[in-house]
Design a protein around this ligand. Structure first.
Ligand code: PLP
Length: 480
């Protein structure tokens, strides 16, 4: 392909992208294909000869698109969002065009310096301590892995990095029973072992029970184990509960433990001053992650990881083969030493576009609107016969279910499972679920960039109508 043809296709694709967004509500939100359906349409062997972009693009539309779930649809209410925005997409286009591999400052100085600046902006925007340092990682999972590895190395005086675990068996990491699975994954990868992840019980609002945390730590010390790190969550994945950070930070101080804060989704709410109570005590923590790729209109992937002491992060990851030695080392940030991968995408560009194009006030008002819509939805659930809330609403996620009279606990779970399937089968909206206290919970997550009040009202109408039409007697656990 030459530049002339590239130019034509790029214009054509730009039009297609704009049309896609204009028509996005016409697609079924959740892809309706069956397992293997897309694969069956793909050739088993790669083409030996060049194919026309015309044909490739036809296949994109006819084969690929039906197997896409439309995360950018305003009727997407599942999981947490992976929301994007037009400024972000434009930034990603330029990142792709530059194709820069930004592993060290010298391989693209602007990428390193822009990353440093936008991370500083995020600190100002969220009220995080100004003395901390930020780096963009691909995901919260990777950021949390960096935190667990740093905690391990701090505990062992960089001994595990050097000589393996000899003398450091039995490191212990603490989180709540509501913590995201990425913590367990990180503990496994870090060699600490899943058995050494202690899942502390939660209170009636799904927040870590601080007394139980203290008890677990002191019990472990008595047993000769080695408490090393606590992970607190601001906005758990199931119910969006917020762990009591300040009290947890006090315990971490007392026992000299690394405190990592997982705010993957909830962190974006820190843009609003009324949510800053969550980070009371943050100056006594060691690291925090939040994902602009979840609720801050920045296309996946873009995870913001902040540490109090960048030297311990760098010492955990640093490696210096001859071919990566540079004259500028020490004067600049070489981000390859700030995480797992060597190679790095230029992710700061889209984040810069988003912050500038929305403006901080624009970001704040969009986030507030999501929270207001969630409050509206919450009020409908509370006011409506048959529906009930199953967790306090804190951000823009409402945990609820339909509870027809006369059904047993098992039958109610079964009914809601059916309800979710029928809702998602309509293609008009997409919700997901979780379990809290053994109850099957529908999660209404309102955080897609273009979701407006009328989308939420239509969703509520669909949910209500479908629930009313689902005859519980036909769908309960016994009869099916
Ligand atoms: C989504 C989520 C994660 C994982 O995020 P990735 O960026 O996909 O790794 C971790 N923790 C919490 C609380 C989350 O909600």
């Amino acid at each position: 392909m030459d530049t002339k043809e590239f130019r034509q296709w790029a214009h054509h694709f730009a039009d297609w992208m704009a049309d896609y967004y204009e028509d996005i509500e016409k697609f079924p939100v959740k892809s309706q294909v069956l397992p293997g359906e897309i694969g069956a349409k793909l050739p088993l062997f790669p083409p030996a000869e060049s194919e026309d972009m015309e044909n490739i693009f036809i296949d994109f539309r006819e084969i690929i698109l039906p197997g896409i779930t439309h995360w950018q649809s305003p009727d997407f209410f599942a999981y947490f969002p992976a929301n994007g925005s037009f400024p972000s997409i434009l930034g990603e286009m330029l990142t792709a065009a530059l194709g820069a591999q930004c592993m060290i400052w010298e391989t693209s100085p602007a990428a390193a310096e822009l990353e440093e600046r936008v991370m500083d902006w995020l600190k100002l925007m969220t009220g995080l301590p100004q003395s901390w340092s930020g780096v963009i990682q691909d995901t919260a999972s990777t950021s949390t892995l960096a935190a667990i590895l740093s905690a391990r190395e701090k505990y062992s005086g960089f001994g595990v990095n050097n000589a393996g675990f000899a003398g450091y068996e039995g490191l212990r990491v603490y989180c709540s029973t509501e913590t995201h699975s990425s913590i367990e994954k990180a503990v496994k990868i870090a060699g600490i072992g899943r058995q050494n992840l202690v899942k502390v019980q939660v209170d009636d609002q799904f927040r870590m029970d601080v007394k139980a945390l203290r008890k677990a730590i002191t019990g472990d010390l008595e047993a000769g184990l080695k408490p090393c790190c606590v992970v607190a969550t601001l906005g758990t994945t199931g119910s969006t509960s917020v762990d009591p950070l300040s009290e947890i930070a006090g315990i971490c101080r007392e026992f000299n433990l690394w405190l990592h804060v997982d705010a993957a989704y909830g962190g974006t709410a820190l843009l609003l001053p009324e949510y800053r109570w969550m980070t009371e005590g943050i100056e006594r923590a060691d690291s925090i992650v939040f994902n602009p790729h979840k609720w801050m209109f920045t296309n996946f992937d873009c995870s913001a990881y902040f540490v109090k002491d960048k030297e311990s992060l760098i010492r955990t990851f640093e490696i210096l083969p001859e071919y990566l030695k540079t004259a500028t080392r020490g004067q600049v940030n070489d981000y390859r030493d700030w995480g797992v991968p060597l190679g790095r995408r230029f992710r700061a560009l889209k984040l810069w576009f988003v912050i500038r194009s929305f403006g901080v006030d624009g970001l704040k008002s969009r986030i507030s609107e999501h929270i207001e819509m969630a409050k509206w939805f919450e009020r409908q659930v509370i006011a409506s016969d048959g529906f009930e809330l199953l967790a306090p609403r804190i951000f823009s996620v409402v945990c609820f279910r339909y509870h027809p009279l006369g059904l047993s606990a098992v039958e109610v779970n079964h009914f809601n499972q059916q309800l979710l399937q029928v809702i998602n089968k309509t293609g008009k909206l997409y919700l997901s679920h979780t379990k809290l206290n053994g109850n099957f919970v529908l999660r209404m997550s309102i955080a897609q960039t273009e979701t407006r009040q009328h989308h939420v009202e239509a969703a509520w109408e669909s949910i209500r109508t479908i629930a009313a039409n689902l005859n519980p007697k036909l769908h309960n656990g016994e009869k099916s």
